[in-house]
Write a protein that binds this ligand. Sequence first.
Ligand SMILES: [Zn+2]
Length: 202
Amino acid sequence: MPLLPRALELVMTELGKLPGIGRRSAERMAFALLIAGSERCDALEKAVERLSEEVGVCPECGFFTDGGVCPIDSDPLRDRSLLCVVEDAMDVVAFERAGGYRGLYQVLGGMLSPLKGVSPEDLRIAHLFDRLERSDSRIEEVILATSPSVEGDATAVYLAREMASLNVRLTRLGRGLPMGGSLEHADGGTLRMAFEGRRAMG
Ligand SMILES: [Zn+2]
């Protein structure tokens, strides 16, 4: 017979699927919930339920939103001549936390990877081009801020090639970011420096 009750194992299994949560952490969290009682469990259950029900994707940039266009795209003070292309919504959070950048974003929703079967159609690339080619577009510079990894570089090179005929300046983040690492783990100072040190592409 297993040592722990089935329901406890189930919660631990689900928690253990989250990034950075090992078996021991999942165990501690599940035990804490159990000890905290039904009120705490209900609150967590409701919060998680609202996550899938209420959080949507911005029709403009692909970042998270409570509905409609996200706060970044709705902000009249953002610089609409700059568009920063990132892999996922967590990268937007990392850049916003680092501060300094006042332009707009485009979230791709992943990186190109022939090995994992991710092709351009799987990413929000068509949307990116719609945005750039729109008649009211004021975008002058596209910053390709995919992570410094094989897939991130391949994605940036692909986008640069596709954008070559467009009338925009293409830049890539400067050095200093840990190779192979994801942007969300870089500290604010490193991100700001990579931004300031961005270089022309293509
Ligand atoms: Zn948006």
